[in-house]
Design a protein around this ligand. Structure first.
Ligand code: SF4
Length: 412
């Protein structure tokens, strides 16, 4: 049985729910001799990332042929990079380790279908200036970099992220900020990339202060996976800087309860203590988190980290991601097993980003069975049916509803 190299604890076979629910340290693994100050230094972590096949083989001789072949090709598609901290979460004895599947390339990434795309959310066609996406009426996506601490094999922006595919992303902050300044309808700016928290505190503060100086920008957001890949980056200095720019929200990206370590919990606590509301976005991934019990534990554990589960995304139709995509049926089944079965705060919205640029479309199991003049028939999480009286035009009834002869129930 694999020993958890980080914490020295021995996880039970199959990582039962009880073990997943607890917080474990990622430990030191192969880096046990590294001084504590280096290990906890985010720049040291970045400098010592695993980025080549040779390094990966050295730390993980158990690479499968699919992983070996995929890693050889990775630097022509989406680069390989894994921080030592995050690498320690991989179970080298488990080919289907949910952490491993997210960051180690596989040859299946070269298998593409005609309906897959390089830009599944149609961002490039909604980009008035390089690095700025204006798809919704009152908010913009402000891409600040093409670099991340580690690279997710299903990344929806893999066309530009890591620059392995030759996109040559060159945002022009002055043009992006000028566009926002000139569009008074933009009240919400989401900084993303790549990962904005890879910037130094000074560089990030410069951007935040420029945006905060625009009177119609009410609300700033940062999308980041750094608290998960590199919790060492969430320093007291960073938190003190961020709290000057409220209202500022942060959306993190965690997919599996094993990603929520003691290190991550502490880093998220520092952000929460700086008054930053935290939300999480998970991507539904095959053999990673497409399991109702695992997802429920994950959502509950996020709340314990003071993070509100915000979205579960159906995996975008990014080219070469079929081996990681789970089905919409599975997503709906998971939502059915969350709603009512656990705290409402633990239930995110399940969405598909409509292929080609249609924006987020929420998906939900059907709870309205029938609507007709006089009533709405609904069912609860246990399948029990209830009637809510309401006039045909939606106004509350002042008299008892007339008898309805044929309230045809929709089967679910
Ligand atoms: S952290 Fe986000 S932007 Fe970076 S590779 Fe992962 S999904 Fe893509």
């Amino acid at each position: 049985m694999h020993i958890d190299t980080l914490s020295g604890e021995e996880p039970p076979s199959g990582y039962q729910v009880g073990w997943l629910k607890k917080f474990h340290s990622a430990g030191r693994g192969f880096w046990a001799e590294v001084p504590e100050a280096d290990w906890n230094n985010w720049r040291w972590q970045l400098q010592h990332r695993i980025t080549t096949l040779n390094q990966l083989q050295r730390f993980m001789p158990s690479l499968t042929p699919e992983e070996h072949a995929g890693t050889q090709l990775a630097n022509h598609k989406l680069a390989l990079a894994i921080t030592p901290y995050f690498f320690n979460l991989i179970d080298p004895a488990d080919e289907n380790c949910p952490i491993r599947r997210q960051v180690i390339p596989r040859i299946e990434e070269t298998h593409t279908a005609s309906w897959e795309m390089s830009d599944p959310c149609g961002e490039d066609s909604h980009s008035p200036v390089p690095g700025l996406v204006h798809r919704y009426p009152d908010r913009v996506l402000f891409l600040v970099t093409d670099r991340c601490a580690a690279y997710c094999r299903y990344c929806t922006r893999s066309r530009l992220v890591s620059n392995a595919a030759g996109y040559d992303f060159h945002p022009r902050f002055d043009a992006q900020i000028a566009y926002i300044r000139d569009h008074s309808e933009v009240r919400d700016v989401l900084l993303s990339g790549g990962d904005p928290l890879l910037f130094s505190d000074e560089k990030l503060e410069h951007l935040l202060s420029e945006l905060r100086a625009i009177p119609h920008v009410e609300f700033l957001r940062i999308g980041t996976r750094i608290p998960i890949f590199l919790p060492q980056r969430i320093t007291p200095g960073l938190c003190a800087m961020l709290k000057k720019y409220h209202p500022l929200f942060i959306s993190i990206h965690a997919n599996h309860p094993r990603e929520l370590t003691t290190e991550v919990r502490d880093a998220l606590g520092r952000l929460a203590d700086a008054g930053i509301p935290l939300g999480n976005q998970s991507v539904l991934l095959k053999h990673v988190n497409d399991d109702a019990e695992v997802m429920k534990v994950h959502m509950q554990k996020l709340l314990m980290c003071r993070v509100k589960p915000y979205y579960i995304y159906q995996c975008d139709l990014i080219a070469g991601s079929a081996h990681l995509r789970s089905s919409v049926r599975k997503g709906l089944e998971i939502m059915e097993k969350l709603r009512g079965h656990t705290t409402g705060y633990a239930v995110p919205t399940y969405v598909i980003d409509a292929p080609g640029g249609g924006g987020k479309v929420p998906l939900s199991p059907e709870y309205v069975l029938c609507r007709n003049a006089g009533r709405v028939l609904i069912r609860n999480y246990e399948g029990k049916v209830f009637e809510y009286p309401e006039a045909g035009d939606g106004t509350p009834l002042v008299e008892a509803p007339r008898k309805i002869e044929e309230p045809e129930l929709v089967k679910f």
